[in-house]
Design a protein around this ligand. Structure first.
Ligand code: FNR
Length: 184
């Protein structure tokens, strides 16, 4: 059976380039990886008072992360950092204390921006948070992707063959990384 990969998309907008990229990665994934988007946009802002009565979406979200073999983040950069919705999802998944849903999962980070910096700032802020959550994040290939507006065809496929090849290489490397981490 393929590794189940929970995909967290950092943008909530309907026409998001990052959501398109997540779906393109899903389509390009090798047979040993099954990518599934886990939604984050409906999660209320984290408040430690939840311990008394956790919002209903929290339980479902935490269970979806726990059930996954690995986590993949596909995110834009907001003001040189990660979008608040994505940070919120990380905070929700990390609690209650001692029950971090992300604990020990292999992970990978992809940032995509219309500009040339490829979301570098967000990318590394996200990696910093993942250290705290004990996610073993794939070091390379470093997926800072720019030029989002030219990345897709009208039907959501990857427009350039060399970009598609790079994404396939990333997915194959991530698959190997997951296998190694699970064996460790
Ligand atoms: C942005 N954008 C942006 N882009 C970037 O490369 N670096 C940045 O720091 C920011 N900052 C930023 C802040 C906020 C609040 C917004 C809404 C946007 C632009 C951003 O990359 C662009 O809107 C992308 O298209 C967002 O990704 P999705 O929604 O297409 O996936």
């Amino acid at each position: 059976t393929p590794y189940q990969v929970a995909v967290l998309v950092g943008s909530l907008r309907q026409a998001s380039f990052n959501r398109k990229l997540a779906l393109a990665l899903q389509a390009l994934a090798p047979p040993e990886l099954a990518l599934r988007i886990v939604e984050i946009g409906h999660l209320p802002f984290y408040n430690e008072d939840e311990a008394a009565a956790p919002p209903a979406p929290y339980g479902e979200f935490r269970a979806a992360i726990k059930a996954a073999d690995a986590v993949l983040f596909v995110s834009p950069e907001y003001n040189r950092s990660i979008p608040a919705a994505l940070k919120n999802a990380l905070d929700v998944g990390s609690r209650p204390y001692g029950q971090n849903a992300f604990e020990g999962k292999p992970g990978a980070v992809v940032t995509l921006s219309p500009g040339g910096l490829g979301g570098f700032g967000a990318h590394h802020h996200l990696r910093q948070v993942l250290v705290c959550l004990n996610v073993a994040t794939l070091p390379t290939p470093e997926m800072y992707l720019g030029g989002a507006a030219d990345m897709f065809t009208a039907d959501g496929a990857i427009a350039k063959p060399d970009t598609e090849a790079f994404l396939r290489k990333f997915l194959a490397t991530f698959s190997t990384w997951i296998r190694k981490q699970k064996a460790a």
